[in-house]
Design a protein around this ligand. Structure first.
Ligand SMILES: *Cc1c(COP(=O)(O)O)cnc(C)c1O
Length: 389
């Protein structure tokens, strides 16, 4: 479908290629391989002279439909679907970089991404310099002649720090690097990194694109030329998305906009309430005027998003008391669900980082991360109040 349609329309109608049965809902093609009409056709397909499916590690129509739909929403020429968010990040790097290349990355990124860049890629001769996501001058200083990739997550987890996508894209271009943005927290319903100048968008589809906590998946998006490298890695190495998961994501994306709107609105209400509580020291939410980068949030995001972090007075005991007093909210490290989830980062997602590094990153023992779902705001607030008394 063409760009003349609005986001809401593209979310439910792009990527549909009906079979001879003219099904209305997106078909799920559970097949690992495809048959050819003749030996000549098989040869033509393998040579790339004739378009069409060969084997599901290369393409599958349900996965293709997911790729087209997400590409339409991000405004990307091409999308490559992967088995998980982490395999999206790995495939991006393996497709575009080589030994001897250098990455500049925000320090405030998903824990497994830190391990991938800092430990695993290093063994293969790709070095990463970690800098502050919010301070563009640090990125400039970190650039080397072999810098090929800028990597950022905005807003960051769990402190909701923003990076200026447009400023970083200008700097990346000057440095001869590509800017990749992990758009997991916002999704294209809230933020469109390619429009702001980024070269690559990365997703953990596991979170808001599914939205209902069912399956793992990921995606890399960008120009057809850049995605060719990523696709070649994926076809050969194999961390492809399953057709079943692609089908779940196709249906999840149909409600993305209404979910993100409703969950953002609820998050703002909860954040506003939290800020008024005497035992809450600080609330981290880009949609609040008290957020130090609120103006940047207004520039590059449509809403503040659905994730709110807050620091409670009294350290770990006080934070755990809130977690353990909830009766409805799910205690889980996951996010992006219609069910509200609560996490104590210092002892879970960020528990393996040294206490000194955690302190330096500002992730205190009293910090909690709340991913606001679709329950009523009143019930969410009531559940949080129980442990605040
Ligand atoms: C969850 C997450 C990932 C990793 O995604 P998986 O689907 O779990 O592999 C990457 N980036 C961010 C920001 C995430 O929240």
């Amino acid at each position: 479908m063409e760009e003349e349609y609005d986001f809401e329309t593209l979310a439910v109608r792009s990527g549909i290629h009906r079979s001879q049965f003219m099904e209305h809902s997106e078909a799920l093609y559970l097949t690992s391989s495809f048959v050819f009409e003749s030996a000549a056709q098989a040869a033509a397909r393998f040579k790339g002279e004739e378009p069409g499916n060969i084997y599901a590690r290369f393409t599958n129509p349900t996965v293709t439909a997911f790729q087209e739909r997400l590409a339409a929403l991000e405004g990307a020429q091409a999308c490559v679907a992967t088995a998980s968010g982490m395999s999206a990040i790995l495939s991006c790097v393996m497709g575009l970089l080589s030994a001897g290349d250098h990455i500049v990355s925000s320090r405030s990124i998903f824990g497994s991404t830190v391990q991938l860049f800092g430990n695993i890629l290093k063994r293969f001769g790709i070095e990463t310099t970690f800098v502050s996501g919010a301070d563009v001058s640090e990125w400039e200083k970190a650039c080397q002649p072999n810098t090929r990739l800028f990597f950022v997550e905005t807003p960051s987890n769990p402190l909701m720090e923003l990076s200026d996508i447009s400023a970083l894209s200008t700097l990346a271009r000057k440095a001869g690097a590509k800017l990749a943005v992990d758009n997991c927290f916002c999704t294209p319903a809230i933020q469109k990194p390619l429009e702001l100048g980024a070269d690559i968008v990365i997703h953990s589809a596991t979170k808001y694109l599914d939205g209902q906590g069912r399956v793992l998946g990921g995606a890399v998006l960008g120009s057809a030329e850049l995605m060719e490298g990523v696709r070649n890695f994926l076809r050969t190495a194999g961390p492809t998305m399953s057709a079943f998961n692609a089908w779940v994501f196709l249906k999840g994306i149909e409600t993305l906009k209404v979910r993100m709107d409703a969950q953002s609105k609820a998050a703002l209400a909860v954040a506003t309430w939290l800020e008024a509580q005497p035992k809450i020291r600080r609330v981290y939410y880009p949609g609040l005027p008290s957020h130090p980068q609120h103006n940047l949030a207004l520039r590059q995001q449509k809403t503040g998003g659905a994730i709110v972090s807050f620091e409670v007075e009294g350290g770990r005991d006080a934070a755990w008391k809130i977690v353990d007093s909830t009766r409805m909210i799910s205690i889980t490290a996951n996010l992006g669900d219609t069910k509200t989830t609560i996490t104590h980062p210092a002892t879970t997602t960020h528990g393996r980082i040294s206490p000194e590094a955690r302190d330096a990153a500002g992730i205190g023992e009293g910090l909690l991360r709340l991913a606001v779902g679709l329950e009523s705001v009143e019930d969410i607030i009531k559940d949080l109040s129980a442990g605040l008394g």
